[in-house]
Design a protein around this ligand. Structure first.
Ligand SMILES: [Zn+2]
Length: 156
């Protein structure tokens, strides 16, 4: 069997079982409706012969399909949005000499400070403060402007 057939089989299985863990790894499009979906979409299962698989929303749209109104494949899932927020925070920390206060960082990525702290630790495995301390500082002088005691507590 060709590798592409095997991949299609696996993808079809994911669609048939509405496998959430497959979301984001590919999209399926239905020829008869002209719509493309996430694997976990709750809409009625199409006939396999009408289904094509696409690696990205852009690929499905380039093939002439439009996004399903039910599973909204072109929008971020909550998990994707969280990962995007954390990676944006890392980018901000990487370009600053001194780490901004947690509240400022959280606001910059659009997450509440309490939730942001937990989310960051969950994804990165360190608090934003630990992450900021571990990153290489652009200049030695940055160390002289270490966060104040109060700020440290707010970050802990
Ligand atoms: Zn859908």
């Amino acid at each position: 069997m060709l590798e592409t057939d095997r991949q299609s089989d696996k993808r079809w299985e994911a669609v048939a079982s509405r496998d959430r863990s497959a979301d984001g790894t590919f999209y399926y499009a239905v020829r008869t409706t002209g719509v493309y979906c996430r694997p976990s979409c709750a809409s009625r299962l199409p006939r396999r012969e009408n289904v094509s698989f696409h690696a990205s929303c852009a690929a499905a749209e380039a093939a002439g399909f439009r996004a399903c109104k039910r599973c909204r494949p072109a929008e971020r899932t909550p998990v994707e949005a969280q990962l995007a927020a954390v990676s944006k925070a890392c980018a901000i920390l990487a370009e600053r000499e001194t780490a901004p206060p947690l509240a400022e960082l959280a606001a910059a990525v659009g997450v509440s400070p309490f939730h942001f702290h937990r989310l960051f630790k969950q994804v990165i495995g360190a608090t934003p403060r630990e992450y900021a301390r571990a990153r290489p500082t652009p200049r030695a002088s940055a160390r002289a402007r270490a966060p104040t005691r109060t700020r440290s507590r707010a970050w802990a």
